[in-house]
Design a protein around this ligand. Structure first.
Ligand code: ATP
Ligand code: MG
Length: 261
């Protein structure tokens, strides 16, 4: 199983939209996928139609703070082939509670280590908009990080802090951690500033940036209120097509031998 954290400490850049739709695209192309919601906002859970009642069962909080095994906290989603570990607001307490827990940076890693690796091919972790202990737990646990970057004037601001955090975690806790790629989101063809930003980001980060760009697309923002991924809400919309394309590009970047390992 390959695991990927979707992280950027900036808020509202498209992390959750990317997590939901990429996970759906991966499942749709035959990859058994697990999405772990590691954000107390629980947007990935809501967006995948995991209702409040189901969430009260067990959540990512129990995985990190309690001694629950992954098998206890996983729920099937409405998408065939896609399972989810949901999150609720309880998780916001975890950031504080973790401080007093031994191995506080390794809780998610520990939870993923005992897992039967043949159950899923890919695991995505939707991170909160901060570089706190939840995001650190994700980065200690995964193989690589995917960074959604919004095409706006301050896109690169904060990126060096994010890259530094990845570097520190690689040096201290997770030597094989890599950056899988940077995905440009909310791209607006008609806006010259967006174009300029995309060019600047490519000039700065080179091949790290995925060729696929995710357009600004209203269907992507409508889908969560219906509790379904955009890929189910409207498979033909530009946003859905872009996420299918991004999934193909992402699969091409993954070491194939690990996919089923
Ligand atoms: P947070 O940091 O709060 O977790 P986030 O980085 O997860 O936010 P999203 O929740 O995915 O970001 O997106 C923020 C808002 O922008 C949401 O309302 C979402 O529906 C909308 N959005 C995301 N991507 C697009 C897009 N490509 N086109 C239009 N709207 C989008
Ligand atoms: Mg989010």
């Amino acid at each position: 199983m390959i695991s990927i954290a979707i992280a950027n400490q900036k808020g509202g850049v498209g992390k959750t939209t990317t997590a939901i739709n990429l996970a759906t695209a991966l499942a749709a192309t035959g990859h058994r996928t697990l999405l772990i919601d590691l954000d107390p906002q629980g947007n990935a859970s809501t967006g995948l139609g995991v209702n409040q009642k189901a969430r009260q069962h067990h959540t990512s909080y129990d995985l990190l703070i309690g001694d629950h095994a992954l098998g206890d906290v996983v729920l099937p989603s409405i998408v065939p082939g896609l399972d989810i570990v949901p999150a609720t607001q309880d998780l916001s307490a975890a950031e504080i509670e973790l401080i007093d827990i031994p191995e506080r940076t390794h809780r998610l890693r520990r939870a993923l280590t005992g897992v039967d690796g043949s159950r899923w091919d890919v695991c995505l972790v939707d991170c909160p908009p901060s570089l706190g202990l939840l995001t650190v737990n994700a980065m200690v646990a995964v193989h690589s990080v995917l960074v959604p970057l919004q095409c706006e004037f301050f896109a690169l601001e904060g990126l060096s802090q994010l890259l530094q955090t990845v570097e520190r975690i690689r040096a201290k806790f997770n030597p094989s951690l890599s950056i899988l790629g940077v995905a440009l989101t909310m791209y607006d063809r008609r806006n010259r500033l967006t174009d300029q930003v995309a060019d600047d980001v490519r000039a700065c980060l080179g091949p790290l940036v995925f060729q696929t760009v995710i357009p600004r697309n209203v269907r992507l923002s409508e889908a969560p209120s219906h509790g379904v991924p955009a890929l189910i809400y409207d498979i033909k919309c530009a946003g859905s097509e872009a996420y299918m394309q991004l999934a193909r590009e992402l699969i091409g970047r993954l070491p194939q031998r690990d996919m089923a390992a």
